[in-house]
Design a protein around this ligand. Structure first.
Ligand SMILES: [Ca+2]
Ligand SMILES: [Ca+2]
Length: 155
């Protein structure tokens, strides 16, 4: 009588592939973007991007990246927090991590900074694809960004 021994080996499943963005992110060139489903205040959104997703609120300075994200925004048809504010000094809009001034990312990109009610200090990517200042306490969806893992580490 023959005995058949079947060995089932459970290997370690490696979720992360070099150059991949991971679950829930879409890739554009060297950046990975996550469009949240949950709604948070701007501060909480920033915190989620930093701690849970190991990234930051999206900082958009490249015209091609702007156009890519704008296409997604049009599909999703809602507003998203991005990573700029004028909390420290009214009218002085800066990207959070770089400290660079917020400029039009592309020729199509209009920025509306009304400071309505004297209380709009956080930047949103409006569903019109323009950018708009909004009250930071408003809870809405947000875009996180991180740099994709390099496919090969050189050096
Ligand atoms: Ca303001
Ligand atoms: Ca506004």
């Amino acid at each position: 009588m023959k005995e058949v021994i079947v060995l089932v080996l459970f290997g370690v499943v490696t979720a992360a592939v070099n150059g991949d963005c991971g679950d829930g992110f879409i890739r554009y060139h060297e950046f990975c973007y996550h469009f949240s489903h949950d709604r948070e205040t701007w501060i909480d959104a920033k915190s989620v991007c930093n701690t849970l997703l190991d990234g930051r609120l999206a900082e958009i300075t490249d015209p091609a990246a702007y156009r890519f994200l704008a296409q997604e925004i049009v599909k999703l048809n809602t507003d998203f927090w991005i990573g700029a504010d004028d909390i420290l000094l009214e009218g002085e809009w800066k990207w959070v991590s770089s400290g660079d001034p917020v400029l039009n990312a592309s020729a199509q990109n209009k920025i509306f900074l009304s400071n309505s009610g004297g209380n709009e200090n956080c930047l949103e990517f409006h569903h019109s694809t323009n950018w708009n200042d909004e009250a930071c306490s408003h809870a809405q969806r947000y875009i996180c960004q991180k740099t994709s893992e390099p496919a090969e580490i050189v050096g």
